[in-house]
Structure formats: structure tokens, C-alpha cells
Design a protein around this ligand. Structure first.
Ligand code: SF4
Length: 188
């Protein structure tokens, strides 16, 4: 599965491809130094899922590893409610839902279908607001959009110059570690 793309990197690629490089570089470092506040909140949001403490209901599956050979994707889902056939991705905070986050959910959805699960609903669950944000099931056109995006990801040339967008940098969790900018992020 070495050619498979991690679903969790889809949103990072849209935000800034260089952030994927930084993530891989610093992923084994001291978490208190490396992780900015949003990342710590996001990690905490997934901890109960990763440790499979979220639900003891038999109909609910948490932390399931998923993959798709059609898309060349692999990753993990947060929660699948078998009774409702609903796939849920938990986020600590969702002020906006970005296209990359939608791609992540679509990717999980297509993986689950390929693995034989029935999925009738997909949604984000915003922990800080205790709120569910339903997302439309992807159409054939959406599927094509995701496939084209994955193709762009695969054909990305890491030697090409990074386009630095200072507005993004100041909201980037890797900003204080990034050699492409002298900006600082606003996270403590
Ligand atoms: S700080 Fe800016 S250039 Fe560096 S990874 Fe983040 S968004 Fe990209």
C-alpha cells in the first residue's frame, strides 16, 4: 500500500503542500513544542475514538481502518453508526467547512462503500458546539472532482517553488517551524 495517499493529508495538501512535508518531519518530535493549540484540540477530539472509548454500542464502529483501491486511499474513520448507516467525522471546532475537509469525508465514504458498508448519511460532529453538520452524499460529479483532486496530489512535484500565502501562514500550525516564512502564527 506504499502508493496509497493518507486521507488525513487531503486537506493539508489544499491548504499548503509544504505542510505535509513539515508534518512528516516533526511528527516524532516533542508534542508540546511541535503541536499548536488547534492540533492539540484536534488530537484530543480523536483520542477517545483512537482508544475505542467513545461507544460500547454494538451497532457503532469507531476508529475503523479504511482503504480504497479504486482511489488509492487509506485512513481511519471516526465513527460509523450502523443503525442509521451514518458516517461521522469529529472535529473540535468548525467555524468553516473547507473543501479539503469535505474531500476527507467523501474519501472515507468511498472507502466504506468499497469495503461493503452501506452508508446513507455523512456528517461532521463539532465537539465544542455539540453540533452535527450533515453533508450531502457525493454525486457522480463530486466523485469525479475527488478523483481529479487525487490525481493532482499524486502528480505534485515537491521541487517546485512553494507559493507562500502569508494569510495562510499565520493560521498554519507549522508556521513557527516553517523555513518558508518569518511570520508567526497566532496560536499559543
Ligand atoms: S507556514 Fe506557510 S509556507 Fe509554511 S507550511 Fe504553513 S502555510 Fe505552508
Amino acid at each position: 500500500m506504499e502508493d496509497y495517499i493518507l486521507i488525513s493529508t487531503l486537506n493539508d495538501f489544499i491548504f499548503c503542500p509544504y505542510s505535509i512535508y513539515l508534518h512528516n518531519i516533526y511528527m516524532g518530535g516533542d508534542e508540546n513544542l511541535v503541536h499548536a493549540k488547534p492540533q492539540k484540540q484536534g488530537k484530543a477530539a480523536h483520542e477517545t475514538i483512537d482508544e475505542k472509548k467513545y461507544s460500547s454500542r454494538k451497532s457503532e464502529i469507531t476508529g475503523l481502518a479504511v482503504y480504497s483501491s479504486e482511489f488509492g486511499l487509506m485512513g481511519k474513520i471516526d465513527l460509523y453508526k450502523g443503525d442509521e448507516k451514518t458516517l461521522i467525522e469529529r472535529k473540535y471546532q468548525l467555524k468553516n467547512i473547507y473543501r479539503g475537509q469535505i474531500y476527507q469525508l467523501w474519501a472515507q465514504y468511498f472507502c466504506m462503500l468499497e469495503m461493503g458498508y452501506e452508508v446513507n448519511n455523512i456528517a461532521f460532529y463539532e465537539i465544542s458546539q455539540n453540533k452535527t453538520h450533515p453533508v450531502e452524499i457525493p454525486t457522480d460529479i463530486d466523485k469525479l472532482e475527488l478523483q481529479e483532486f487525487i490525481q493532482r496530489f499524486r502528480s505534485y512535484d515537491p521541487t517546485q517553488p512553494i507559493i507562500v500565502n502569508i494569510n495562510k501562514c499565520t493560521h498554519c500550525i507549522y508556521c513557527n517551524l516553517c523555513d518558508k516564512t518569518t511570520a508567526e502564527n497566532g496560536y499559543s
